[in-house]
Design a protein around this ligand. Sequence first.
Ligand SMILES: CCCCCCCC/C=C\CCCCCCCC(=O)N[C@@H](CO)[C@H](O)/C=C/CCCCCCCCCCCCC
Ligand SMILES: O=c1ccn([C@@H]2O[C@H](COP(=O)(O)OP(=O)(O)O[C@H]3OC[C@@H](O)[C@H](O)[C@H]3O)[C@@H](O)[C@H]2O)c(=O)[nH]1
Length: 397
Amino acid sequence: MVPMIYSLYGFAIFFFIFWCAMWLIHLVAIFYGKYRLHNKPTAIDSDVPLPGISIIKPLMGVDPNLFTNLETFFTMNYPKYEILFCVEDDTDPAIMLVNSLMEKYPKVDAKLFIGASLVGVNPKINNMNKAYDAASYEFILISDSGIKMKEDTLLDMMRFMSDKTALVHQMPFTCDRDGFAGTLEKIYFGTAQSRIYLTADFIRINCHTGMSALLRKSALDDIGGLQAFGCYLAEDFFMAKAFTDRGWRITICSQPALQNSGICNVNSFQARLTRWAKLRVAMLPLFILVEPLSECMVIGAGASWAVNILFKWDVLGFYLVHILLWFICDWILLSIIQNGSLPFNKFDFVVGWLFRECSGPYLFLLALFDPEIRWRSRIYRLEWGGIAQEIKPRLKL
Ligand SMILES: CCCCCCCC/C=C\CCCCCCCC(=O)N[C@@H](CO)[C@H](O)/C=C/CCCCCCCCCCCCC
Ligand SMILES: O=c1ccn([C@@H]2O[C@H](COP(=O)(O)OP(=O)(O)O[C@H]3OC[C@@H](O)[C@H](O)[C@H]3O)[C@@H](O)[C@H]2O)c(=O)[nH]1
């Protein structure tokens, strides 16, 4: 009987401490986000020339926003850069679109590379490898197809690239997009994900998500170049880990990444989150426990039970107050990251937030019980540790 009481109290204390840690994460994210994001670049010292940047854009297929997203790379305020577009398949419709942009902006140094080099299983790495080998400058920006840039984004990223830094990344966020899926994506990236992302950056834990990342090429060459990460699907995480293992700093810049893919629906968004969850669990198995526990509804339930055991507090009252406070913190954080008016009203936020908070744990369970990973036209399986194997030949979409 006594061991059972000890275990009960042990679990209650564990839930209570975890719950306190989550509130600390909320506070760190809010204060660090306010301090770190959206501060205007200080005047650039015109005597020190800015280093050149080779921008690598891996493309696969087109979507309704691709043209306008890519166009933002031709109109950036940065003195020296080249754009290296990569397309794996010579029948890809993205080729036509890139060619028309290159014709429209003949003064911008842009090239198109067609055909992947097979250096591993990661199709993004295979697609980018030729461009990486041809890059002229000492810094590389890897930028996914759905990213939209502001005129000063490159300047913003470069000002965080100190001598000790090998990687400056943009925290994932989204452009304002219509519809429930657009609201949901903004809420997810501006609350649940950014809370962890900002805290991890604050305490210098690697959380690099590689949709928009400025890399020091010499440091990447020292660890084997892009191709050294072709065996992983989460090449972003392992690249950053290799840098930090060698003493390099990695950091976020002040502008969050503006994801603006023209394909914006709840199913594809959830499929993407499930794919990412599978990557995290394979790389960091502790996430099987901590990730569901970090969800509002789950830790709230655990903490409500715990405070009832420990302090005899009312379970339902505690749970409702917990949800309300979590909701308010999320609203504050989202407003900080948006840094302007949100494209939806408070009612839409309540609906989107509840949907996200209730579906999050369910999506995580789905990810745990389905070992196959589908990424665009390919299907993979991951080994513990993160090495990937392609298990079905490429599908023609
Ligand atoms: C009391 C401790 C609580 C710890 C809670 C940690 C719960 C983690 C919950 C959600 C994970 C969100 C992860 C953020 C972004 C990840 C996006 C992503 O999956 N990207 C992949 C694809 O591009 C990429 O390959 C993976 C990147 C890195 C993931 C590892 C993130 C580690 C963050 C750990 C932060 C812990 C903070 C603890 C503070 C006490
Ligand atoms: O087969 C593919 C798949 C993807 N890609 C390119 O890779 C980039 C990211 O692809 P998606 O938008 O489908 O995927 P995500 O946004 O989920 O990517 C994210 O997760 C996986 C990581 O490896 C990436 O670095 C990260 O950005 C795009 O630019 C896409 O064109 C390829 O070149 N070939």
